[in-house]
Write a protein that binds this ligand. Structure first.
Ligand code: ADP
Ligand code: ADP
Ligand code: MG
Length: 668
């Protein structure tokens, strides 16, 4: 086996690779940019080599620097992770020329599957069903409209070199086809340096199902079943699972056979993924092949018990696959939620910054009232680390395994409750919402799921009756703890009052508290029932409240509001007060606080750099007109006026940095 490998990547995937290398007794070398000098991957690796400034083009994408680092450290092989140089055939060839092993497929396979146009042609020749469309290149906007008309609307205009959901537009009309062509071409040129465009039929309300394949250098290829990745936002995966709730054994076998046939046709000899778009009727069409380890590979590992990084290392070393297709079985169900530094409550805008608190759920086996489950959390960060604007905004990939899909979903719900992050916007509440949605639980999903279920964006979910009880119990328990402390400090003896009124978002209910050995019994006289809160170890100041309510284990996030508490359980958040009957009466008469009127202001929705302010004082602006452009996370965000108005004042100017909520422009 290799004795030392170099990891030409960063973040969570670098950490992931180091873990397997350690287990196999292989030493690791981690390359790093200035931004990653103190990263977890660098800390964990046996050796580190500095390769340049933060922008990837000046560090992680420089083949010369990687080769130099290999020479310097005597590493025998390079694992490229995903992104960066992982699908660069030139890089794989360069390593081969330098007698360094590339832990990935051979350069010919990468080349053949390297762009969407070539790979689609290749797949069609290998007998794989492909999305109907035009196999040639599109020259100009007129050509785009003509071809789109021939294919029949709707169509998808795609950059051949596209990836990560970029370089894709849907068009429903000739005008949209012309416009989409220009937009995709510009985006592709900027992002990939390759502006070749093609057009295919847009499959409406489809599902994304992909097959994991694995090959060796001896001509063997197997598939490790499928993953479903239909929960996407802007064509980017957010939640993935394995197996797929869509497939039956017959479809699985057919899809697997096509993926293996394609892999064999290109002489594939590592881990790779064949992506399909599938209709609700289980018809399926080839999309592209990713010739690398896939972001969502952990769900496959959880249902097969295999370590894909280990398999890649073994096949790169020349070992034969140790199993055949018939030896492989699906065990249970796995879910993955991508935890991103983005603010779901603000249209998912990027939210970079420091992880002031980062406390993920405990990995490994857990027990809950709904059954046993496993938690796995792949991450490259620790508390105190920064999510910078230079790289992917992913904080972690949280995965759970359960015996059935229902149990995998329930365990993901629980694991998300235990994931505590402070300091930046993050999508944990959003992922929780999806886990609790009936439609998701029923498995009737499509790539349009998020757009259909959250048409107005995400604003949290209303507390369910169980969550209202939970918030009541948590608030009462916290209030009692605080009151008891204050009384002790003042020498006033134990709490006497046990009758309160609890207000949840201004709706009041009466409670009577009985202290028992196990915790609190909370009677709700108006409803003629009571709930039981057990085993709470909460101490004032703690942000997580863990307990058991009526036999159900939970974790709520708690913080002090301007009065009372703000309590979040999963996707539901409420302002909760525990009041004496007298105060409750007065409180009910208080007028509701009205939020400040910001309708006349255009506010920066995120921290970033002002690229331009596109209006001047006195100018008349119409709704939808661009007011400013803010750059954050390498993305230019166009800030538009939400109403008509005349500009009264302008805050920052181009080049300034702005904070979230900073006023950019005020209307008269
Ligand atoms: P996948 O197709 O593996 O599910 P995505 O399509 O979401 O992954 O990823 C988009 C692209 O960004 C892929 O090419 C992937 O390799 C790359 N990528 C994703 N996360 C990272 C990361 N943390 N570092 C570098 N590249 C990444
Ligand atoms: P990328 O390289 O960015 O991953 P893909 O070709 O894999 O690009 O497409 C990304 C996503 O866009 C898919 O997962 C799917 O949701 C959607 N998509 C792609 N092609 C089509 C199509 N022809 N019809 C419908 N949806 C599609
Ligand atoms: Mg894809």
């Amino acid at each position: 086996m290799f004795s030392k490998i170099l990891i030409a990547n960063r973040g969570e995937i670098a950490v992931r690779i180091i873990k397997t290398a350690r287990r196999l007794g292989i030493k690791t070398v981690q390359v790093y940019s200035e931004a990653d000098a103190d990263s977890l991957a660098v800390e964990m690796a046996d050796e580190k080599v500095f390769i340049g400034p933060p922008p990837a083009a000046q560090s992680y994408l420089l083949a010369d620097k990687i080769v130099e680092a290999v020479r310097q450290t005597g590493a025998e092989a390079v694992h490229p992770g995903f992104g960066f140089l992982s699908e660069n055939a030139g890089f794989a060839q360069r390593l081969a020329d330098e007698k360094i092993v590339f832990i990935g497929p051979n350069p010919h396979a990468i080349e053949a599957m390297g762009d969407k146009i070539t790979s689609k042609k290749f797949a069609a020749e290998a007998g794989v069903s492909t999305v109907p469309g035009y196999m040639g290149l599109i020259d100009d906007a007129e050509h785009a409209a003509r071809i789109a008309g021939e294919i029949g609307y709707p169509v998808m205009i795609k950059a051949s070199a596209g990836g990560g959901g970029k370089g894709i537009r849907v068009a429903w009309t000739d005008a949209e086809a012309r416009e989409g062509f220009g937009a995709v071409k510009a985006e592709a040129k900027g992002a990939f340096g390759d502006d070749r465009i093609f057009i295919e039929k847009f499959i409406t309300s489809p599902r994304h199902v992909e097959i994991q394949v694995l090959g060796d250098k001896h001509g063997n290829v197997v598939h490790l079943f499928e993953r479903e990745c239909s929960i996407q936002r802007r064509n980017q995966k957010v939640i993935e699972e394995a197996p797929s709730p869509l497939l039956d054994a017959k479809t699985r076998e057919a899809m697997g056979a096509q993926a293996v046939a394609l892999a064999k046709a290109v002489g594939y000899d590592s881990a790779g993924t064949v992506e399909f778009v599938a209709g609700q009727d289980k018809s399926f069409y080839f999309l592209e092949m990713n010739t690398r380890l896939q972001v969502e590979h952990p769900v496959t590992e959880l249902i097969t018990g295999l370590d894909l990084v280990e398999q890649m290392i073994r096949s790169a070393y020349g070992e034969k696959l140790a199993f055949e297709q018939k030896d492989l079985k699906i065990k249970g169900w796995a879910m993955e939620g991508r935890i991103y530094a983005e603010d779901p409550y603000r249209k998912f805008l990027p939210s970079i910054g420091r992880l002031v608190r980062y406390d993920p759920p405990k990995e490994g086996e857990h027990q809950a009232e709904f059954g046993d489950y496993v938690v796995r959390n792949d991450t490259g960060v620790r508390e105190g680390d920064e999510i910078s604007m230079f790289y992917d905004p992913m904080i972690a990939k949280l995965c759970t395994w359960g015996e059935t899909r229902e149990k995998a979903i329930d365990s993901m719900g629980r694991a998300l409750e235990d994931f505590h992050i402070e300091g930046l916007g993050q999508n944990v509440p959003f992922l929780s919402a999806v886990m609790d949605q009936e439609r998701f639980r029923s498995g009737k999903i499509s790539t349009a799921y998020i757009a259909e279920e959250f048409p107005e964006g995400f604003h949290g979910l209303e507390p369910t009756p169980f969550q209202q009880d939970l918030m009541t119990a948590v608030a009462v328990c916290m209030q009692r703890t605080q009151v008891a402390r204050a009384r002790r400090a003042g020498g006033a003896g134990p709490i006497e009052r046990e009758a309160w009124r609890v207000s949840i978002d201004r709706v009041q209910r009466e409670v009577r508290v009985f202290v028992t050995e196990a915790g609190l019994d909370i009677e709700l006289p108006e409803e003629g029932r009571s709930v039981r809160l057990e085993s709470s170890q909460w101490r004032p100041g703690e942000a997580q409240f863990k307990g058991v309510l009526d036999g159900r284990v939970f974790t709520a996030t708690v913080r002090a509001g301007h009065d009372g508490f703000v309590i979040r359980h999963r996707a539901a958040e409420a302002h909760v007060l525990v009041l004496t009957p007298k105060v409750a009466e007065l409180y009910a008469r208080l007028p509701e606080k009205v939020a400040a009127d910001t309708s006349k202001m255009v506010i920066s929705p995120m921290p970033g750099l002002v690229v331009s302010i596109d209006v001047t004082v006195g100018q008349e602006v119409k709704e939808g007109e661009t007011v400013a452009v803010i750059e954050a996370m390498k993305m230019q965000n166009i800030i538009k006026a939400e109403r008509d108005g005349v500009v009264k004042s302008v805050g920052p100017t181009a080049g300034d940095s702005v904070a979230a909520d900073e006023v950019l422009v005020e209307f008269a």
